[in-house]
Design a protein around this ligand. Structure first.
Ligand code: GAL
Ligand code: CA
Length: 326
């Protein structure tokens, strides 16, 4: 009699722990919903959560850290088992970590990389992302390959590459390292890069279009030999500004190679039309699903040491994307 009761109790407990595992609650904060790449990322997280049987709530930080902080507080008060956070300000990670720590829940940062010393203040803090310098190297290589195979790309025949640079939001590791490594890669290929102008366009197409328009007016499109943009949206803004001057519309004598990063659908379409030279795949699906899988394992108290690098990281590789000659 007693034995039967114990067995039944064990079964009930097993069932309870199993449904806990299935019902992991994830609270996710995105820096702002109005961002083409982060939309892909969000969709990937939702799809993976559904697959895993986890529940995910995703909040729009509206590009405002205090707004996101309040959303994190709400998630914690609502009893989420784990946080996934795309910080508005990656230097504000400590506050989120402290909150996760006092609630004793793990936190997985994505896309905006907190400093290692801050991650190190909490054993249950992780980062899932892509190595920013790798994307910079790839976009530099796209330009180098084009320049080397198209002698006419050196419009003023000085053997140097006169470019303009459109940068993402200030302080973002992708803005800093893509800018740095794209230009260094050109220099490493023994082409001297000459920066004609650069400006921050905050990942935004419209801002980039306006800035590129100003560059075209002040520099003259015939003097620009390449446009390097830290992401596709800004590359597409530059393309719009160029097209308004009849550049990149099919006439080979009126063409400026433009490169971006992300491989969003709209950039791939522009490449198919011959308006944009190339991009670098920023693997939203890979990063989104890795972040959710890690979050679920952590929420279940599993040992993740085999899945992470240096105890803290999951790195998803970038890939160069071109469309061949048109
Ligand atoms: C970058 C991406 C940009 C933008 C940014 C947001 O990785 O290339 O397009 O989405 O993240 O933090
Ligand atoms: Ca030149």
């Amino acid at each position: 009699m007693r034995k039967v009761f114990v067995t039944a109790l064990v079964l009930v407990l097993a069932a309870a722990s199993c449904s806990f595992a299935d019902g992991v609650k994830i609270g996710a904060g995105i820096y702002r919903f109005n961002d083409a790449f982060m939309l892909r990322f969000r969709n990937a997280m939702s799809a993976e959560s559904e697959k895993a049987g986890a529940k995910i709530d995703i909040a729009d930080g509206r590009d405002d850290q205090p707004t996101q902080d309040a959303q994190i507080d709400e998630f914690i008060a609502g009893g989420v088992n784990v946080l996934i956070v795309n910080l508005v300000d990656r230097m504000a990670a400590q506050e989120t970590i402290d909150k996760a720590k006092s609630a004793d829940i793990p936190v997985v940062f994505i896309n905006r990389e907190p400093p290692l010393e801050v991650l190190n203040t909490y054993g249950k803090a992780y980062y899932v992302g892509a190595k920013a310098e790798e994307s910079g190297i790839f976009s530099g290589q796209l330009i180098v390959d084009y320049f080397k195979s198209h002698p006419e790309a050196d419009k003023n025949h000085d053997g140097k590459l006169q470019f303009v640079l459109l940068k993402g939001q200030n302080g973002h590791q992708d803005m800093i390292l893509r800018s740095k490594y794209s230009v260094e890669t050109i220099r490493d290929a023994e082409i001297e890069p000459v920066e004609l102008a650069s400006a921050i366009a905050n990942w935004d197409k419209l801002e980039a279009m306006k800035i590129m328009n100003a560059f075209i007016m002040s520099i003259g499109p015939e003097n620009i030999e390449a446009v390097i943009a830290n992401n596709d949206e800004m590359a597409l803004g530059a393309v719009e500004a160029l097209k308004a001057q009849d550049y990149n519309k099919g006439d080979p004598s009126m063409y400026i190679p433009v490169v971006g990063v992300d491989a969003n659908a709209s950039a791939l379409e522009a490449m198919d039309r011959g308006e944009m030279l190339g991009t670098v795949l920023n693997d939203a699906d890979g990063q989104g699903s890795a972040a959710v899988k890690l979050a679920v394992s952590l929420a279940q108290g599993k040992d993740v040491s085999g899945e992470v690098t240096d105890g803290k990281y999951i790195w998803v590789p970038y890939q160069k994307v071109t469309r061949g000659e048109k």
